[in-house]
Design a binder for this molecule. Sequence first.
Ligand code: MN
Length: 130
Amino acid sequence: MTKILCIEDNLRNMRLVQKMLAGTPHTFLEASSGTTAKEMIATQEPDIILLDINLPDVDGTQIATWVKTTPELAHIPIIALTANAMHGDKERFLGGGCDAYIAKPITRRELLDTIRELLKPRDIDNPEHR
Ligand code: MN
């Protein structure tokens, strides 16, 4: 079962994302702060991370950079979710270690397509992808 970790401090947004994923087989893990997120990533090793960039304790890109510079975790795809779609943001997130970027308000279609795209290599029975 695909483990999806949603890192989001706004509970309404968390529930919205969870609702959008309903009907797809997965385990939904939640973290509402950067500290909790890091703990969950290290202990749960999710298959994919949905990352709100605006968190109370850290900038989401710090989490992305930490994941991508930790060898055991670097393979985990990260989708940045953010409201502040300003010029240069996309480059900043992708440069910071995020694999994809979705601007809020996100749509179910966009979320599912992006997740599917990033998990695709694992559909193939490739030992490199566990
Ligand atoms: Mn937030």
